[in-house]
Design a protein around this ligand. Structure first.
Ligand SMILES: Cc1cc2nc3c(=O)[nH]c(=O)nc-3n(C[C@H](O)[C@H](O)[C@H](O)COP(=O)(O)OP(=O)(O)OC[C@H]3O[C@@H](n4cnc5c(N)ncnc54)[C@H](O)[C@@H]3O)c2cc1C
Length: 371
């Protein structure tokens, strides 16, 4: 039987992970607009794994990813893809304490922690005003670069190709095959397309099928602040339960975010100076760090469907276009399972876990035509 030719559009974690799964039994060519892979959301993440993050389908996909992270970490020459970090979730008023209490009750990996124990784990935390604290034992650091490189290398080892500087600008399916044109003037033929274009997911869906999925790219700022003393590497990630700030050690300094979610058009976003100032102020208010200056900062896009679950399956208006978008703020931690689930849906059109298939089905979100 001849192998189907697939074009995967987008070379972030979504494109390389699903592309490498499909390369086992398809001819895969991955088209990436930029001159290298992983320069957008994937290269800008906070590299954290949190078992309780996101809506239920995301938590399920995160849980399903754990054994695959472990399997990949055991491969020769692979560094550990998940490293211990530990997390402290904190509440500072009654309302957020109630929210944190219900998380502690519902998640087996969350336990209430006394103020003294919290201070022992993170001595800079001003625990006197803290209403409640919980230890999240699921929290780990992810080696994003090693994970992305593994998938890209596997895609090539299985005979697939990655083409950079190849922005898809037009796609036509009037004949038996797709004819896709890239900005550099090249054209490409394929039996099926995969839309893994991250923040540009709706643009690509509209180019190929006329309608998008109502995706919302949202800017998130990350700051690395200078500290007067070297920060111990074994501090946990510490977060406000309402996500108004979080911080964790990074190379002897402090990495932090104001938890911003500003809707913006897809693009190469830059940090907003106001958000940078705000996170310094918020982290200073709850710690003794006295942060004054910024070593570096960046921003990236977290792209959500209205219900914040990923959008995975055949496009409702064009079944030969496979949507693999809407990974939100969780696209790294759930990548291993999402790629396997995506590949199964791509090959068979169904999943054994029908509830999960329904929760991520593109048909659940109304198709939107912007232009
Ligand atoms: C600041 C920040 C912190 C985050 N922290 C975490 C975290 O701690 N843990 C976690 O799990 N997740 C985190 N995330 C989320 C995670 O980074 C994303 O969910 C994930 O990277 C999305 O991957 P992607 O491949 O869909 O998108 P991207 O990495 O953006 O890849 C999409 C690619 O498609 C390409 N493209 C677009 N249009 C075209 C076109 N027309 N033709 C060809 N190519 C095209 C783009 O150039 C881009 O390279 C964070 C995100 C941000 C921004």
């Amino acid at each position: 039987m001849t192998r189907q030719r697939i074009l995967v559009i987008g070379g972030g974690i979504a494109g390389v992970s699903l592309g490498s799964e499909l390369a086992h039994d398809h001819d895969v060519v991955l088209l990436e607009a930029e001159s290298s892979l992983a320069v957008h959301s994937t290269g800008r993440s906070a590299a954290t794994f949190l078992g309780g993050y996101g809506p239920p389908p995301v938590q399920e996909l995160t849980r399903l990813s754990e054994p695959e992270f472990a399997r990949l970490s055991a491969l020769p020459d692979m560094p550990p893809l998940l490293s211990p970090r530990g997390g402290l979730f904190t509440a500072w008023d009654d309302q957020s304490a109630a929210a944190l209490t219900s998380t502690i009750v519902s998640q087996s990996f969350m336990t209430e922690l006394s103020a003294e124990k919290a201070r022992a784990l993170c001595p800079t935390l001003r625990v006197d005003d803290m209403a409640l604290c919980a230890l999240d034992s699921s929290a780990r650091d992810i080696d994003v670069s090693a994970l992305h490189s593994h998938y890209a290398a596997r895609l090539r080892r299985l005979g697939g190709r990655t083409e950079t500087g190849a922005r898809v600008v037009a796609a036509d399916k009037s004949g038996p095959q797709w004819e896709v044109r890239t900005e550099d003037g090249r054209s490409w033929r394929a039996d099926r397309l995969v839309n893994a274009a991250g923040a540009w997911g709706d643009e690509v869906a509209e180019t190929c099928a006329g309608t998008g999925h109502g995706l919302s790219p949202r800017r998130r700022t990350v700051v690395i602040a200078r500290t007067s003393e070297r920060i111990p590497a074994d501090w946990p990630i510490v977060a406000d339960v309402a996500e108004a700030w979080y911080f964790k050690p990074e190379g002897g300094a402090i990495l932090m975010s104001p938890g911003d979610e500003t809707p913006v058009p897809p693009g190469d976003v830059k940090p907003d100076p106001l958000e940078v100032a705000m996170v310094l102020e918020r982290v200073n208010a709850v710690t003794a760090l006295q942060l004054r200056s910024v070593r570096t900062s960046w921003a990236g896009l977290r792209t959500f469907a209205p219900d914040r679950a990923p959008v995975v399956g055949p496009h409702p208006d064009e079944p030969t276009l496979f949507s693999f978008v809407g990974q939100g703020g969780y696209g790294i931690q759930m990548a291993p399972a999402l790629a396997q689930v995506g590949a199964e849906l791509f090959r068979t059109g169904t999943l054994q876990d029908t509830a999960l298939a329904a929760a991520i089905d593109p048909g659940r979100v109304p198709a939107v035509a912007e232009h």
